[in-house]
Design a protein around this ligand. Sequence first.
Ligand SMILES: [Zn+2]
Ligand SMILES: [Zn+2]
Length: 551
Amino acid sequence: MTFNFSQYRDQLLFVPLGGSNEIGMNLNLYGYQGKWLMVDCGIGFAGDYLPGVEIIVPDISFIIEHKKDLLGLVITHAHEDHLGAVPYLWRELECPVYATPFTAAFLSHKLSEMGPGKKPAIIPMEAGGKVDIAPFALELIELTHSIPEMQAVAINTKKGVIMHTGDWKFDADPLIGPVSDYAALKKYGAGNVLAMVCDSTNVFVEGESGSEGEVREHLSKLIGECKQRAVVTTFASNLARVATIIRAAQDAGRVIALAGRSLHRVVAAAKESGYLSNDAEFINDREVMSLPRQDVLVLCTGCQGEPRAALTRIAGGEHQSIRLQPGDTVIFSSRKIPGNESKINRINNRLIQGGIEVITDKDYFIHVSGHPARGELKRMYEMVQPKIAVPTHGEPRHLHEHAKLARLLGVKEAVEAYNGAIVLLEEGEAAVIGKVHSGYVAIDGTSLIPTDGDVIRTRRKLRDDGAVFASVAVAKNGEVKQVRLAAPGLLDAREDGELLEEWEAEVARIAGSGKRIGEEQVKEQVRLALRKIIKQELDKKPVIEVQVLKV
Ligand SMILES: [Zn+2]
Ligand SMILES: [Zn+2]
């Protein structure tokens, strides 16, 4: 049964379509008076269960159905998990997109990489400013994060205020951008906030997230001490960190080469928005090898072991120009995001085997998170004092822990809501009251495909068990004349010829032994025979494709 939204026309609803089952892929919807407001539209990273797919986006079929009532998309900040899906999904929504200058510049760079077709005109918002999208009156509140211009959104309605925090931390020395706007938070906090929808990423981390200013001291010292080539990898979007690395390189008398497309994109957006001075100059990565080793620093992408990122190619000896030698240093100014450990470890091992010094956040204080630890969450709840807490930006285990923490801090109602939940934000009645369709869509090259469809299922089987292609020659009278087999990914084409011939004879015997039958039945017989033989002999279940040729 479909949910009757008209019944709740005058109440506030919250529907997350992404980011409430996982860290990543954030997409939040607020409903009021028959209208919808979207906050963020991000991508997530696919796991091993989606072979050949790196990126996933939320299934937005619910909001496409309500497209005429979607008033706009407000983007909190320029992280991929908050805006990365715009190039893939906006054409199905065609709603106004609102962003502050730096976020807009970053998104424009991304959109320019999109193919031809309609693109959103981005409506500028002022950082810390106000935007009226009636019946929602938005006030932006600047919070510190690992990228400039992160805007919490105070959604003012006749029914009450929702504080949508976005990603945030409290840092007295963020280096780039202002410290979090405590005054604005407190202004809302004086009993005025109905619900707070808040970041759960680091709810298991005790204490505070730590200061970017302190990282600068340690990282600068470390870069100054590098003897030969210095390679530093970090999250491209962490502009304060990028600026620290640039400055440390300049102080150490090194020229800087950028390696990785997302770094070029973020540096361009930062220069346009005035966050990086134009005097920061970069050499082309092709020039790196012609300079004395101690005179150059390579700032590169790939701190999460992404397969195609610059560091992965450098470590594998596959980069178009950069090669490392024993005595060079690679610094990971980052943390291992859960799920990426094995990829990152593989890179570390390759580097170490090559005689390269590897330094991580385990060795030195060279990374802090952009998300609030428990100490900061406590301070946030004390300031904002929401009546209802809705944890978001987390897996179910994060949301559950965050809800417990919120209750512990005196919030009366904490609602644990996963993707697709319809949450009623009503004092005394806050709860999940229904469900809409939600899920994941895979970005496969340039197409969007379902994550549970035939393509992915078959690809997974191909990956795990290979394939068998059977060509069956059948005479006009229905007699099976010959069977030819190929088994890529299952057998070795050069060494297993004899086994294949045995199977061919066996399949021909089985398929030829029955009555004279139609093409479809021949196909089915061959498929069944192959399945049985391969299961018995190899205990594998490959993809089997049978072609019948009339001779
Ligand atoms: Zn995020
Ligand atoms: Zn973020």
